[in-house]
Design a binder for this molecule. Structure first.
Ligand SMILES: C[S@@+](CC[C@H](N)C(=O)[O-])C[C@H]1O[C@@H](n2cnc3c(N)ncnc32)[C@H](O)[C@@H]1O
Length: 258
């Protein structure tokens, strides 16, 4: 990862919940808890690795559910904050580390978790991280992840366009308003990337995420949506859509099964 991205994440660490729409925000039903409690056998809750832990939002829960927790992040400031949030948990080990090289952890974990942290835009980095996650798991380990959704952005475009037409705009004006509302100039719809502050971040189409997980070797891939209530966003305009299906990230549960 280049220096500028680490610095940008360091900056985000300061005021995390204002900067990031998170599955850990108040009012969001985060499926990770249910899947770990109900779908990961108790005998397979010895070790877990949280990749891109950020400020450590998941660590108190993981510390309760697993014997050993390793949590890593590329950003020293994020790890500093995570230490404040979870440093007193005895079974949690925190490390500053790039997820693109996890050799030292191969075949060691029952579960790997990654919540909106596989964001590097280059295909090679994405493939490498997914492969590293596959490799750190035991033969019957599982990967539980949340990924930013590109499909949700297109759904929002549909809502914005429909609204403009209903408000009486002609097709051309409605399209212009839609592109502005979704910040279309910051997205690349082929690469699935979004310009955010000093970073370019990856977002995932459902079919691409399925494909990439399959390519990394995962089996029995299950996918569902993590919905964000309209109130979670800073953007007050979005409240106009209240009552319609909400925007979402992708949740995945996948097995290594060797
Ligand atoms: C949006 S935050 C999510 C943090 C946390 N998982 C959560 O949901 O609260 C993304 C995190 O991924 C980390 N990250 C991004 N690329 C990384 C990489 N290659 N290796 C390790 N961490 C990375 C960033 O530093 C940042 O803390």
């Amino acid at each position: 990862m280049n220096e500028i991205n680490v610095k940008a994440w360091d900056k985000t660490a300061k005021d995390y919940f204002t900067e990031v729409v998170s599955p850990f925000a108040k009012g969001v039903e985060n499926p990770i808890y249910w899947y770990i409690e109900k779908k990961v056998d108790y005998s397979k809750r010895k070790s877990v690795i949280d990749i891109g832990t950020g400020i450590g939002n998941l660590l108190p829960f993981l510390s309760k559910e697993f014997k050993e927790v390793v949590a890593l992040d590329i950003s020293p400031k994020m790890i500093e904050k995570a230490k404040k949030n979870a440093g007193n948990l005895e079974n949690v080990k925190l490390l500053v580390k790039d997820a693109r090289d996890l050799k030292e952890f191969y075949n060691q974990f029952d579960v790997a978790v990654s919540v909106n942290s596989i964001l590097l835009p280059e295909i090679k980095s994405i493939e490498k991280i997914l492969l590293e996650i596959y490799n750190v798991l035991n033969d019957d380990g599982v990967f539980i992840g949340i990924f930013p959704s590109m499909d949700a952005l297109l759904y929002r475009a549909v809502l914005e366009h429909e609204k403009a037409i209903e408000d009486g705009d002609d097709e051309k004006t409605a399209l212009e308003k839609t592109l502005k509302a979704i910040d279309a100039d910051k997205f690349d719809f082929v690469l699935g990337t979004f310009k955010y502050h000093d970073m370019v971040q990856k977002h995932y189409y459902k079919f691409e995420l399925m494909y990439r997980l399959w390519k990394a070797g995962f089996k029995n891939i299950r996918m569902r949506k993590v919905f964000y209530p309209w109130e979670v966003y800073e953007d007050e305009d979005l409240l106009e859509f209240k009552g319609k299906p909400e925007l979402w990230d992708w949740f995945i549960f996948a097995e290594k099964k060797v």
